[in-house]
Structures are given as structure tokens and as C-alpha cells.
Design a protein. Structure first.
Ligand SMILES: [Zn+2]
Ligand SMILES: [Zn+2]
Length: 138
């Protein structure tokens, strides 16, 4: 049976429903994720088949460039401001959601943490989680 991941923003205006398993679950301690989350890191689930994502409600999107120079698009709710999703121009099939936007945030199982080079002492990540200074190779 395929698991369905459901969630949305804090006010409920923006919702998603995604069947299938995430291909990656990670924390990111980069500066962008700190500013967007308002704390030390972002926590994400990445899904490989964007066409399976059912999104309802209207997101506001804005664009930024990653370290690689590739464009990232971030979607948030214009009413409550919650960050909800992230997509990449260079990998259009990927759809990334913020872990805390899940209706059941406990279903987030982080596998790695990236951009440890930008981390702060006040934001420790679980010791047993593999950490990368930037993005992991490949
Ligand atoms: Zn909202
Ligand atoms: Zn980041």
C-alpha cells in the first residue's frame, strides 16, 4: 500500500497530498534555510514525481539561486506565511516539502544533515545522523 503524505500551511489555505515514498529526508543548515525557517535549519522530504502532487490553494512563489547557481522556487502561503514547498528548475520532477507542514510531522525520518559548515552551536543536530559540510556528492 502506498503511503499518502498530507499536509499544508498553518492556516489551512494551502494543502498538498502526495502518494509514494520520499527519496530523501534531510535537515539543511544553510543560511537560506535558517532565514526561511526563522531558526537553525530547515527539515525536508523530497519526492521524485511532481506530477503526483495534488496541491490545493494558492501559493506565493519566489525564486532564489542555490550554491550551484541553479534556480530554486519556494512556495509559501500568502495568508499565514508558512513555507510549504520547494522546487528546482534543473530537476523539475522533484517536489520538496517542509517536514513541519505534514499533518503528521512524526512521519519525518531524517537520514542526513547538509550544510553543517553553516551550523550554529545553539542548533545541534542528532549526533548519529550523517553530516555533510555542503551537499553530499552525487
Ligand atoms: Zn496558510
Ligand atoms: Zn538549506
Amino acid at each position: 500500500m502506498t503511503e499518502i503524505f498530507e499536509g499544508g500551511c498553518a492556516c489551512g489555505a494551502l494543502r498538498y497530498k502526495i502518494p509514494g515514498d520520499p527519496v530523501m529526508q534531510n535537515h539543511c543548515q544553510c543560511r537560506d534555510c535558517q532565514q526561511i525557517s526563522g531558526t537553525g535549519h530547515g527539515s525536508y522530504l523530497t519526492f521524485a514525481r511532481r506530477e503526483q502532487v495534488a496541491l490545493t490553494g494558492k501559493a506565493t512563489e519566489w525564486h532564489t539561486a542555490g550554491d550551484s547557481g541553479n534556480q530554486k522556487t519556494r512556495g509559501f502561503c500568502p495568508t499565514c506565511g508558512s513555507p510549504v514547498y520547494l522546487t528546482f528548475a534543473a530537476q523539475p520532477d522533484l517536489f520538496v516539502i517542509h517536514a513541519a507542514s505534514l499533518d503528521d510531522p512524526a512521519s519525518f525520518t531524517p537520514q542526513i544533515s547538509v550544510y553543517a559548515s553553516r551550523s550554529h552551536a545553539w542548533d545541534p543536530i542528532a549526533e548519529d545522523l550523517p553530516k555533510f559540510d555542503r551537499m553530499p556528492p552525487g
